[in-house]
Design a protein around this ligand. Structure first.
Ligand code: UDX
Length: 435
């Protein structure tokens, strides 16, 4: 049997998943309710920036393996495995808002038939959601419908989305029947990654537990960074020293201005909410959140201290996206930091290689002076604040930067540069987690 794939939701996860399955040789139909987005995709453009994705989508569109539509019914009729990859944003109560997932589940159900289908949760959802989906789908599906609901959480990283989808560390599939297991093992056979088959609840929980653990590592090293600054130690050496212990590992121990993005902040919050609903306290994760919030303020305090006051001072902000190689500004530390600086009377000139248009939607031009390159931002500035570690910033002409700044002060929220080299170039250079 040749497996056909339907992906409902062409956001970051949906679009990358669709393109990667097509690249592996499957026929994929991607669906989104946003007609504008589908029009953009059909005209050969992408609604987001992700390295390599435009080429991948284009290649598979021209091979006729990847098509797009706004019609969920078409996807259900076409596909053997239907992935639900719509957004699960944070709801008002701090938990995940599942309204899009539920709406899609009802639509999928109405279009089911006696031809067996797998409905796979890709979106990050609270533990127990697959059980609810089963009930909803059974309620809205015709009596003869044959289906399994499974959980297949996504672990892709923005900026490296294709690599982390085609070559994941592991593939987690929560399911209940041998039939579904057979299809999913076949589907992923060419991915050459270990496949972990679990029950539905464990698969759902693995996603929240993994993202929260990553957030915890970042907050842990950021808490250590503050201790380093007070004690004279250097957090980069401490992180290296503890990371060499295989039980700890070196990844996700880069101190800085904390985590942002669409996943980590939302998933930590949702996990606290899930735990509390189940009657479990999760104060550990609340501390993770509080450290992360404070890290942004810590950065502002650092700039303020170095400038005396930021009132009427020009601060050049380099980087707006929550991390490099993406135009995604959701929950980016840049937003809180720029807003905090403006509230204190600073004049902010900001540059980012890809994310300016997105940031303009939430911090309009006028409040912030958006400029076309790093040098325009730095010109006449009292301080250069580095927020995102884009490669482009590593290659700046530092001599020129120093010459055009009013005061050669660099406050680096990502520890991009070697402090000794920066001092040698004549900068007053402050990073995170060392003196
Ligand atoms: C994350 C998870 O890594 C991924 O598995 C999941 O599927 C989605 O959420 P992503 O949001 O793309 O991926 O970003 P990630 O690379 O995890 O970085 C998150 C944030 O943490 C960024 O703001 C990054 O700058 C920050 N970070 C990361 C640190 O501050 N220090 C680190 O050591 C690592």
């Amino acid at each position: 049997m040749k497996i056909n794939i339907g992906i409902i939701g062409c956001g970051y996860v949906g679009l990358v998943t669709a393109a990667c399955f097509a690249e592996r040789g499957y026929k994929v139909l991607g669906v989104d309710s946003d007609a504008g987005k589908i029009k953009t995709l059909l005209s050969g453009h992408l609604p987001i920036y992700e390295p390599g994705l435009a080429e991948l989508v284009k290649r598979n569109q021209s091979r006729k393996r990847l098509v797009f539509s706004t019609d969920i019914g078409q996807a259900v009729r076409f596909a053997d495995v239907i992935f639900i990859a719509v957004g699960t944003p944070l709801g008002d109560n701090g938990g995940a808002d599942l309204s899009q997932v539920k709406r899609v589940a009802r639509e999928v159900a109405k279009n089911l038939s006696s031809r067996y289908k797998i409905i796979a949760e890709k979106s990050t959802v609270p533990v127990g959601t697959a059980e609810q989906l089963k009930t909803t789908i059974r309620k809205y599906a015709p009596a003869r419908a044959e289906f399994d609901v499974i959980s297949n959480p996504e672990f892709l990283q923005e900026g490296r989305a294709i690599k982390t989808t085609l070559y994941p560390d592991r593939i987690v599939v929560g399911l209940e029947t041998k039939r579904a297991e057979g299809v999913m093992r076949k589907l992923y056979a060419s991915f050459k990654a270990p496949i972990l088959i679990t029950d539905l609840e464990s698969a759902e929980l693995i996603k929240h537990a993994a993202n929260s653990f990553l957030a915890m590592k970042i907050s842990y090293i950021n808490a250590i960074a503050q201790i380093c600054e007070k004690s004279g130690a250097d957090v980069r050496k401490v992180a290296y020293g503890i990371g060499l212990d295989k039980r700890i590992g070196r990844e996700f121990l880069r101190a800085g201005i904390g985590y942002g993005g669409f996943c980590l902040p939302k998933d930590v919050s949702a996990f606290v909410h899930i735990a509390e609903k189940l009657g479990c306290k999760f104060d550990l994760l609340k501390a993770v959140q509080s450290i992360n919030r404070d890290q942004r303020q810590h950065f502002i305090r650092k700039i303020e201290k170095a400038c005396g006051s930021v009132k009427h001072k020009k601060i050049a902000v380099l980087g707006l996206s929550f991390k490099p190689d993406t135009d995604d500004i959701r929950e980016s530390p840049a937003f809180d930091i720029i807003r905090g600086l403006i509230r204190k009377g600073a004049i902010v000139a900001a540059y980012d290689p890809k994310a300016i248009n997105n940031m303009k939607k939430i911090l309009p031009a006028g409040k912030v002076h958006y400029v076309g390159n790093s040098y325009q931002a730095a010109s006449g500035a009292d301080c250069l604040a580095i927020i995102t570690e884009w490669d482009e910033f590593k290659n700046l002409d530092l001599k020129r930067i120093k010459r055009i700044m009013k005061t050669p002060l660099v406050v680096d929220g990502r520890n991009m540069f070697d402090p000794q080299m920066m001092e040698k170039q004549g900068f007053n250079y402050l990073g995170i987690g060392f003196k």
